[in-house]
Design a protein around this ligand. Sequence first.
Ligand SMILES: Cc1cc2nc3c(=O)[nH]c(=O)nc-3n(C[C@H](O)[C@H](O)[C@H](O)COP(=O)(O)OP(=O)(O)OC[C@H]3O[C@@H](n4cnc5c(N)ncnc54)[C@H](O)[C@@H]3O)c2cc1C
Length: 421
Amino acid sequence: MKRILLWFRNDLRLHDNPALRAACAQADEVIAYYCFDSQYFGDKKSAFPRIGARRTQFILESLQDLKESLAFLNIPLQISIGTPKDGIQALHQNFPIDAVFYSEEFAYEEIRQTEALKSLTIPLRSFVSNQLFELAELPFPLYKLPRGFTTFRKKLEAAISPAAAFPPPPAPQSISPVHSTPLPSLIALGLRPDAIDERAALKPRGGEKEGLKRLKAYLFGSQNISQYKETRNGMIGPDYSSKFSFWLANGSLSPRKIYQEIKSYEVQFGANESTYWLYFELLWREFFRLNAAKKGANFFQMPLAYHSSVDAQFEKWRQGKTGHPFIDANMRELALTGFMSNRGRQNVASYLINNLKGDWRLGAAWFESALIDYDVYSNYGNWTYLAGNGNDPRGQRSFNIDSQQERYDPKGDYVNLWLNF
Ligand SMILES: Cc1cc2nc3c(=O)[nH]c(=O)nc-3n(C[C@H](O)[C@H](O)[C@H](O)COP(=O)(O)OP(=O)(O)OC[C@H]3O[C@@H](n4cnc5c(N)ncnc54)[C@H](O)[C@@H]3O)c2cc1C
């Protein structure tokens, strides 16, 4: 009798989940496990938490959905607060585990989580999920990943396309004697509920089913994908861009599934520059992930006391009180909803770095706290890119905020929405 523990991380889905598929195929019994790592929760000393209430709420909704879906496969979901190592060890003591399967992550803290598991003497097996390509599929070894995005994209596009996403696996043979644990409350995680403002571009609900619903709606429902390239720099409402980032961030949606649906949309309704451009943007996401995979623990490490250098100027930026309407409108949208458009993110980051001469790491830390769609690779990748420490061959990027405002909010609708209501 073989019992596999499946440690869920940012892969909260049944579809296109290689670790789940392998566990169901190889084990008689599967136990699913998720850990709210206490290094991210309960810090009362900092100006803002590592993970804010809205993202935590979104994760809780995603876990509820996952738990319900796993029940159809007779797989219980165990949840703990603490460290993954302690949680897995405690389970192992009561229900001896033959192996731990999990999806690989490439950033510093995530690498430390998996390193810690090695002392448990349980066989570990990792899988690459949450990206368009397996590392072995790439047309170059990882250490030769091109430094610039354009070279990366061209090499990739000349050689490969993403494999098809696979459906949820059949249930393992045996029903586990382990019961699912109830989800913790926000309060138990040291957070107070924080509603999403009514003006939000979208009020997302967490979970695989909701992610798949949004995918269907943006493609086959509204067919907004056919105008994506023209609308993607918009700033108001649900449909100027896909909003897939919410579900991609914790893996409720797989990028290969998105690619597959884009392809079937193109067969039905025709391909154009816009349908391609959504894939192009997913390649940006892939690029930042692979950069982290290449650099390992050197990708980025936040200094330990990273909140301690918060000063009055940074606080004005964070709270949307700089006096620049375009910056303040975007920062208030972020603080009140947990989302900001890509156009907004570029501008507020440039403003902090170039106009205020602030510490970009603090800006990135605030994004990490406030964004529902926070993703370690895309967030720190984009911030380092704009700060000139990353992969932009042109060095530091500076935006002229006034002309950006004129171009992207010519009638002032966006600024009015966030500053004058
Ligand atoms: C300073 C800064 C910080 C950012 N932090 C994050 C983050 O924490 N999490 C996150 O998912 N994205 C981040 N982005 C990238 C981008 O802003 C968001 O992915 C996008 O706004 C999400 O909205 P959408 O899903 O509607 O995007 P769409 O325009 O519909 O794009 C589709 C998908 O492509 C990917 N994508 C698009 N633009 C980028 C990009 N510049 N970099 C990487 N992937 C991209 C995302 O997965 C996105 O969901 C950041 C950008 C900047 C400039």
